[in-house]
Structure formats: structure tokens, C-alpha cells
Design a protein around this ligand. Structure first.
Ligand code: HEM
Length: 477
């Protein structure tokens, strides 16, 4: 899907937009940053939802398992989405993340230890698998309040259940297909069968319930995402002010919506913890893995990043310690490297909005009617040589302050834009930066004959994920 989107954009010569039919329904595909801005921000009230209402209604089901999945921020619609988004936005601010950094440091220690074992063995290892464990353990400790210990135990129950969220068996696919067949949903309801996976959903529901009950009973507080989610639902969370320092991304993401009558309900809590896993696990793991792959392929870039890291580390008191929030944010090249990874391989190659109110495409007389889907072709925008010269080249210099100022702000859409952008961007970047900092400080990624020259994208995936194994070696510094 993602490769197809890129090929279409290139093949058509990067038009502002084009149309096609998917299962007989007309779709508009946008390759122009200004039109993307119009849809994602300026005319957001016409494009609040991500999918058409009919599609979401089918997957709602009648079982409580389906209710949990239908309440995920990614698929919520209209005012329900606005309520959830406005409630949970304050938990991802810089101040709140500072309080969580110690949990990420703990997982980083496990990551460094595990990479150290690979260095001793001298063998190549798979990057997606390594950073998958790191991402999984970070989410387990921050969003579920438990340790999943993926590095120590390949078959930890948390990790097994989390992986099961992303894998569909034949039976899983059959239940989804059945929901779309006339009468199928009624039949599932009659036998009390949910459309979504019952076993894994119940597992995560029980974890969150257990964590909350334990905290109430023992009166403990960790200031992790679980505590912050509860605070946010009780309206007991402090809102940070930016003192006029906000970025264009933050300004455009503002949602002016007041939530009436907040109350803590378990379904919303579990749905939000689960969406952090679903939206944050693979995306972050893959970004770290692909960055490490490119660092192995381009030693000069790795060396420049190493110098930046060592300069920061030399100012740190404790040699085995970790950088604090301000230190890690003060490394421009690390930020540039991660952004270039997401430019060349955005996790979401197509960002979708559904038209919620009839609309005329600006500068034309072409109408969009309620229910039509608009796909922002991120793959095409990121590969357009007029925006990014020599687009196939991995070049972090594209993200210097000066280079960014010369481009349209919507020329980079790695985290989306507007009020429906990635709510977890700060968390993801913090996690990726801390993990890479700790590894690169001690070890060097090295390409071997097993390292592919170029990876291709998995055609079956929703995310633009490499089809090939990303194998590299590490050496001691
Ligand atoms: C490098 C890692 C990540 C990447 C590249 C990424 C990218 C994205 C993108 C492109 C979107 C769609 C934005 C749009 O439609 O405009 C999105 C949405 C979302 N992301 Fe992320 N994401 C990452 C990590 C995370 C993490 C760690 C979390 C949670 C802590 C998270 C939570 C979400 C949620 C909840 C949404 C839906 C927001 C809504 O509908 O209001 N993401 N992400």
C-alpha cells in the first residue's frame, strides 16, 4: 500500500491531487503540502474523522471487547474523539514526560546490556527485534505500570499478548469479514462472540484494572501514564503553559474543545492504554531500527552523531548515568537523524481523513461529499525532488533549522499535522533518543555482508515496514 502510494505519486509526476476508486468508493489523494494543510488544519471542521461513519459502526459490535477497541482515540469520531483527545493531551506535555524519564532509563539499561552481549558474540543481529523489545518494555512500564522483561524472557506473557495484538489468525480475519456480511454481526452478537480478539483484550483490561486497584489499595503513585490518565479523567491534571515558545506543529494541533462532565470510566482508560501500545510500539521500534541500519550503512553520519553524543556525555557527572530531559533535547543532530529516517520511511505512508461536511476542493469546483475519504500521500510528498532534492539519499542535513525554514511546514508529515496529529510524538522521540544515545555512546553499528544494500517495503503491512531482516553487527567503542 505504502510503496504503491509512492509509485503512484512519482508515476503521475506529483500532481496536487488525484482520484481513484477503492472498492467502488471514490477517494481523493493529496500530494501537495498546502492542500494537506488546508485539509488537516484550516478546514479541519470538515475532516474531523479518520474513517467513514459506516465503516466504524460495523466494527463497533455489541460485545464489551469491541467497545474497548471502538473507544480507541485512533478510530473515535466527532465529539467523542474531541472529548478523549482534549482529556489526554495534557499527559504528553514536556513537563509530564520529565517525570517518566526514569522508567525509560531503566529499560535503556536492559537494551545496552543486550546490545553488549551482541558485541561480545561478534555476530549480526536483527535490529527490528532488538528495538521491538525496547519499545515493548517502555510502553509496559509507562502505560501499564508493569515490567514486561522482554530482554530477559522471550516468552513473557505481556510480550506474547502484545505481539498477538498485531497478528491476525485465520479465525480473527473470518470474524472481521463476517461483521461486514449482511446479518453477520447479528449472528456474532447472538453467540456473544466479539469481532476483536477476546483473549488479548481481556488480558490488558485485567492488567490496567489490577494496576489501578493496587495503587488505590497501597496509596502508591508512580507519576507514569497510568496515574496521569487517571488524573486527566478526574480533571486533576495541571496544564502547562508554553510562554510563547510553541512551535508551528503545536499551534496547528490546538483543539478548542471544552469537555463537559469528565468521569473515570474503565473502558476509556483501557482503550487509551491499548492505543498507546497499538500506535506506539511498532512505530517507535521501527524508527529506531531503521535509524540504526542507516547509521551502519553511513559511518560518516554515525561518527558525527557519536561526536555530538560524546560532547554531551562529557558534561555529565556520572559516567554510567543517563542524560536528563533538557540534555537529550539539546542534541540537534540526533533530532535531524530521526527526522530524516521518518522522511525517507514514514511509518504511515498515507494519512487519512474522512469528509464530515460537504466541501469544495479549494481553487476548483470539485465537490467532496460526506463520507468521501481523503488520503494525504506522505510517501509522495517526502519523495518529491522539488521539495527534497535527491530524495532517495539519506541526508540528515535536510533537517537543519535553516533547511526546514526554507520548506513548506507541511513538507514533513512523519507525525501527521493538525488537531488529529500524533499525540505521542514527544514520548516517541524522547524514547528513541534516550535508547540510541545510550547504545551509541558505547557501541558502533557496523554493516556486514548480511546487511541489505536497500530494503523494500512489506506490501501486506499497514505501516511502511521493511520486508527484509535488518541485520548489523556492533563493536565496542
Ligand atoms: C516514531 C514513532 C511514531 C510515529 C512515526 C507516529 C506517527 C503517527 C502518525 C503519522 C499518526 C497519524 C497522524 C494524523 O493523522 O495526522 C499518529 C497518530 C497517533 N499516534 Fe503516533 N506515532 C509514533 C509513536 C506514537 C506513540 C509512542 C504513541 C503513544 C504514546 C502514539 C500515539 C498516537 C495516537 C493515539 C494517534 C491518534 C491520534 C488521534 O487520532 O487523535 N504514537 N502517529
Amino acid at each position: 500500500m505504502n510503496q504503491l502510494a509512492k509509485d503512484q505519486g512519482i508515476g503521475l509526476g506529483f500532481p496536487k491531487f488525484y482520484g481513484n476508486y477503492i472498492f467502488g468508493a471514490p477517494n481523493m489523494i493529496v500530494c501537495d503540502p498546502e492542500l494537506a494543510k488546508q485539509i488537516m488544519v484550516k478546514d479541519f471542521d470538515h475532516f474531523v474523522n479518520r474513517q467513514g461513519e459506516d465503516f466504524v459502526k460495523i466494527l463497533e459490535g455489541g460485545h464489551f471487547v469491541d467497545t474497548i477497541w471502538a473507544n480507541q482515540m485512533t478510530s473515535l469520531q466527532g465529539d467523542k474523539w474531541k472529548n478523549t483527545r482534549a482529556t489526554f493531551t495534557p499527559i504528553f506535555t514536556a513537563g509530564k514526560l520529565k517525570g517518566m524519564i526514569k522508567f525509560i532509563h531503566e529499560v535503556t539499561n536492559d537494551l545496552v546490556k543486550s546490545v553488549g552481549e551482541e558485541a561480545k558474540s561478534g555476530r549480526s543481529f536483527e535490529l527490528k527485534e532488538k528495538f521491538g523489545k525496547f519499545s515493548m518494555d517502555t510502553i509496559a512500564t509507562c502505560a501499564f505500570g508493569v515490567k514486561s522483561n522482554s530482554f530477559q524472557d522471550e516468552s513473557s506473557t505481556f510480550a506474547m499478548n502484545a505481539r498477538a495484538v498485531f497478528r491476525n489468525s485465520r479465525a480473527d480475519i473470518c470474524r472481521i469479514l463476517m461483521a461486514f456480511v449482511p446479518g453477520g454481526k447479528g449472528l456474532l452478537n447472538m453467540f456473544d462472540i466479539p469481532i476483536n480478539k477476546k483473549h488479548v483484550t481481556t488480558f490488558f483490561y485485567d492488567i490496567i484494572k489490577g494496576t489501578i486497584e493496587h495503587r488505590i489499595k497501597t496509596k502508591t503513585r508512580r507519576n507514569d501514564l497510568v496515574d496521569l490518565m487517571i488524573d486527566a479523567m478526574k480533571d486533576e491534571i495541571s496544564i502547562e503553559h508554553d510562554n510563547g515558545m510553541e512551535s508551528q506543529y503545536d499551534r496547528d494541533s490546538k483543539l478548542n474543545h471544552k469537555v463537559a462532565d469528565k468521569e473515570v470510566d474503565e473502558i476509556t482508560l483501557v482503550a487509551t492504554a491499548l492505543v498507546i501500545l497499538v500506535a506506539g510500539y511498532d512505530t517507535t521500534a521501527q524508527t529506531m531500527a531503521i535509524t540504526s541500519y542507516f547509521l551502519a550503512r553511513y559511518p560518516d553520519i554515525q561518527e558525527k552523531l557519536y561526536q555530538e553524543i560524546m560532547e554531551c556525555a562529557s558534561g555529565m557527572e556520572d559516567e554510567s548515568g543517563h542524560p536528563d530531559y533538557n540534555m537529550i533535547q539539546s542534541l540537534p543532530y540526533l533530532d535531524m537523524v530521526l527526522h530524516e529516517t521518518l522522511r525517507i520511511n514514514p511509518a504511515l505512508g498515507l494519512i487519512t481523513r474522512a469528509c464530515t461536511k460537504d466541501y469544495i476542493i479549494p481553487g476548483t469546483d470539485i465537490p467532496l461529499t460526506k463520507g468521501n475519504e481523503v488520503h494525504i500521500n506522505v510517501m509522495a510528498i517526502h519523495s518529491n525532488p522539488d521539495i527534497y532534492p535527491d530524495p532517495e539519499k539519506y541526508d540528515p542535513e535536510r533537517f537543519t533549522k535553516e533547511a526546514k525554514a526554507e520548506r513548506h511546514p507541511y513538507a514533513f508529515l512523519g507525525f501527521g499535522q493538525g488537531p488529529r496529529n500524533c499525540i505521542g510524538m514527544r514520548f516517541a522521540l524522547l524514547e528513541a533518543k534516550l535508547g540510541l544515545f545510550a547504545v551509541l555512546r558505547k557501541y558502533k553499528f557496523v554493516a556486514t555482508p548480511e546487511t541489505v544494500d536497500k530494503f523494500t517495503l512489506d506490501p501486506s503491512g499497514f505501516l511502511s515496514a521493511p520486508r527484509e531482516a535488518l541485520l548489523v553487527k556492533v563493536e565496542d567503542r
